[in-house]
Design a protein around this ligand. Structure first.
Ligand code: ATP
Length: 323
């Protein structure tokens, strides 16, 4: 290979910038040219591709979001769109690609590389931590820290006013953020997509808190919880349980932003470095991942097919005991 391109796609996640920086600088160090593709697969189709040098990635390690921007690109789902995209890669003499994103991004990468001669490596970047092949995805740690900080603040006001707060956090299919943030912030209850908690059970937990003279309660509701979101849960609880003044907070997109944590910075560096080293070794159609503090590669098809349950048993068990 002579020239590597890097892009970010799908939802942005803190840690993407450290990863871009690592891809660019490792690539240059190993003697390759490096290009950045703007706005994910859309930039590939629009030929929005810029050459990168070491200075292009100066001072971005600490920035949230992604300097390459990101997008959801419908045209890339079609054969014609990918043809156009590949022609633009050829025009730019690009023969290898690192794509940072989630499941959809990996699917696009799998399609493109099965149709054309191109070396590709995927890097898991999503705050949800819901990808197979890596214990952690880029952005998850920062997002969890952001949620914990927000809940700590909510606790201050909840305690002062004797309030019950329902806090909705991101995670459509995975309760990873909810579970960790709930344990770290001492939430009274955590509603997860992976675990059914009935409204009756939730009320019993809240009544336990009242019996222990708790002055406030915080219930974390994962976006994908089957009860239908924080407003819905709050409404149903309020019909029967009225001990506290009840409030709902949807944390929303603030969970995506912010300076990456030390963990996400190092993970971004490791994964970007490993992705380029993998390309150098002739690897393709693989995703990079962290397994037990070791960087590993997984076949992209296996990564797309595989599913793993990422909520640790001990965390699940303690979540109902420690609060
Ligand atoms: P997140 O988990 O943060 O949502 P993601 O990578 O899963 O990230 P998507 O929007 O699902 O986000 O996918 C990113 C892009 O990947 C899509 O906008 C599209 O361009 C491409 N993509 C997704 N699915 C396919 C597919 N089946 N075929 C080709 N390209 C796809």
């Amino acid at each position: 290979i002579k020239k590597i391109a890097v892009l970010t796609s799908g939802g942005d996640a803190p840690g993407m910038n450290p990863c871009i920086r690592a891809v660019v600088r490792t690539g240059l160090h190993l003697g390759y040219e490096v290009a950045g593709i703007m706005h994910g697969y859309q930039g590939m189709i629009d030929n929005n591709i810029v050459d990168m040098n070491s200075h292009s990635v100066s001072n971005i390690l600490q920035l949230g979001g992604t300097i390459l921007k990101t997008a959801r690109c419908a045209d890339f789902r079609n054969v014609e769109g990918r043809k156009l995209a590949f022609e633009n890669l050829k025009k730019n003499n690009i023969d290898a690609l690192v794509a940072i994103g989630g499941d959809g991004t990996f699917t696009g990468l799998e399609r493109l590389s099965s149709e054309y001669d191109l070396q590709v490596i995927g890097v898991p970047g999503t705050i949800d931590n819901d990808l197979y092949g890596s214990d952690y995805t880029l952005g998850f740690d920062t997002a969890t820290n952001t949620v914990i900080e927000a809940i700590d603040k909510i606790r201050d006001t909840a305690e002062s006013h004797a309030r019950l707060f329902f806090v909705e956090v991101m995670g459509r299919d995975a309760g990873c953020i909810a579970l960790r943030a709930g344990i770290a912030a001492g939430a009274e209850a955590i509603m997860l997509p992976e675990r059914d908690t009935s409204i009756e059970e939730l009320i019993a937990t809240l009544n336990d808190g009242v019996a222990k003279n708790k002055n406030s309660a915080i219930v974390i509701v994962s976006e994908g919880d089957k009860s239908g979101g924080a407003f819905n849960v709050a409404k149903r609880v309020k019909e029967v349980f009225n001990f506290y003044d009840t409030k709902v907070t949807i944390l929303g997109h603030l969970q995506r932003g912010g300076s990456p944590s030390s963990f996400d910075r190092i993970l971004g560096c490791r994964m970007g470095f490993a992705a380029v080293k993998a390309l150098q070794a002739g690897e393709s159609r693989k995703t990079v991942g962290l397994r037990g503090n070791k960087i590993v590669l997984t076949d992209i098809e296996e990564a797309l097919k595989g599913h793993e349950f990422k909520l640790e048993e001990d965390l699940l068990e303690m979540s109902t005991i420690l609060a």
